[in-house]
Design a binder for this molecule. Structure first.
Ligand code: ADP
Ligand code: MN
Ligand code: MN
Ligand code: MN
Ligand code: MN
Length: 335
């Protein structure tokens, strides 16, 4: 007997990497082998020496195919078995290891937008729906578009054993959010990439495309972000560490260093409107949805907890945002 392993990897598409996958049929009980692919078709190699290596790093049940079938998230390596230039997971694992004793946790809020026939789901042909106001966490066919896909995606993530922690309808029609976490930096990122793959995959069955475009509708419509909630053990135990982390994120060139790696097109989303802070001005504040970094009100009351970096775009690479936050905040907290 056999089972199917869906090998999933992150490609080298510029400016935003995309997910790719292909299927391997394996004999029952077989270990998941290292595999290869044509890197010249994914912007990860040129045609003359095109072979790239897929190294399995995270496996879970395949809730689409069911049975003994599995999803296999991979890192991309060169044929000398060193990480490929596009392999941001390898960079994260190093930094995560270095600061492992601080016990970082992350919860990432993934916003996304459904598209059908070239426009956001719920947008009428050649026009616009009613202005924003009633859609966020809405109910009813006049305000909610795509719930059947969203519910199916949630079930699939749970069946796969991913640490998905919630879903909600967003401010723009056709826009939704799911949250992954809390979990450590590598785990939350692996789960996020697989959850994204499942989203695209299940939407396919409904003839709908899901996009992480950070500004899918121009004009007076909310963009799509990936608010990244972050804590260390010290932050979960006391307020000084919370403030240290907020200050560290604002020091010197740090705001720019972070923002430029928080997803392509970030200037178009972080305008200072639509619940964002301007991309070029760092700020933090309690309950402030117009700040770069928000301290939730309960955290201020309890004098411990976590912070929310509101800047990352929906199209951010979770391996990158978690690495930057651990690197910047944990090095400051270590002092
Ligand atoms: P918002 O109020 O901004 O919409 P959400 O409820 O959508 O927030 O998401 C909050 C996320 O923060 C969840 O994924 C949750 O698991 C995560 N979270 C909760 N506590 C912590 C913590 N101590 N450290 C890191 N993440 C946390
Ligand atoms: Mn071929
Ligand atoms: Mn949220
Ligand atoms: Mn949201
Ligand atoms: Mn949020």
């Amino acid at each position: 007997m056999t089972f199917k392993a869906e090998y999933i990897w992150i490609d080298g598409t510029e400016p935003t990497a995309k997910l790719r996958s292909k299927t391997r049929v394996l004999a029952d009980g077989a270990e998941l082998p290292i595999w290869g692919f044509d890197g010249s078709s994914t912007n990860q190699a040129d045609g003359h020496s095109s072979d790239r290596v897929l190294k399995p790093v995270f496996t879970c049940p395949d809730p689409i195919r069911g049975g003994d079938n599995v999803l296999v998230l991979c890192e991309v390596l060169d044929i000398d078995m060193t990480p490929h230039a596009s392999n941001t997971r390898a960079l994260l694992t190093e930094v995560a290891e270095k600061y492992a004793d601080q016990e970082s946790w992350f919860g990432i809020e993934q916003e996304y937008t459904f598209f059908k026939e070239g426009r956001p789901l719920g947008f009428p042909i050649g026009g616009f729906p009613a202005p924003q106001g009633g859609y966020y966490c809405g109910v009813g066919a006049d305000e909610v578009f795509g719930r059947d896909v969203v519910e199916k995606h949630l079930d699939l993530c749970l069946e796969a054993g991913l640490k998905i922690s919630g879903i909600n309808a967003e401010v723009m029609p056709g826009q939704w959010e799911f949250q992954v976490g809390p979990a450590g930096p590598v785990e939350v990122s692996d789960h996020m990439w697989v959850a994204r793959w499942l989203l695209y995959r299940v939407a396919e069955d409904f003839g709908i495309a899901a996009t992480l475009d950070p500004k899918p509708a121009k004009g007076d419509w909310n963009g799509a972000g990936a608010h990244t909630n972050f804590s260390t053990k010290a932050m979960r135990e006391g307020y000084d560490a919370i403030i240290t982390a907020c200050e560290a994120l604002g020091e010197g060139d740090k705001p720019f260093e972070h923002v430029k790696q928080y997803g392509h097109g970030i200037e178009d989303r972080l305008t200072g409107h639509h619940e964002t802070a301007p991309w070029n001005k760092y700020s933090y504040g309690v309950s402030d949805r117009g700040a770069s970094v928000r301290i939730p009100w309960q955290v201020e009351v309890e004098k411990k907890g976590y912070i929310e970096d509101r800047r990352p775009n929906a199209n951010v690479d979770p391996y990158v945002v978690t690495r930057l936050l651990v690197d910047t905040c944990c090095s400051a907290l270590e002092k």
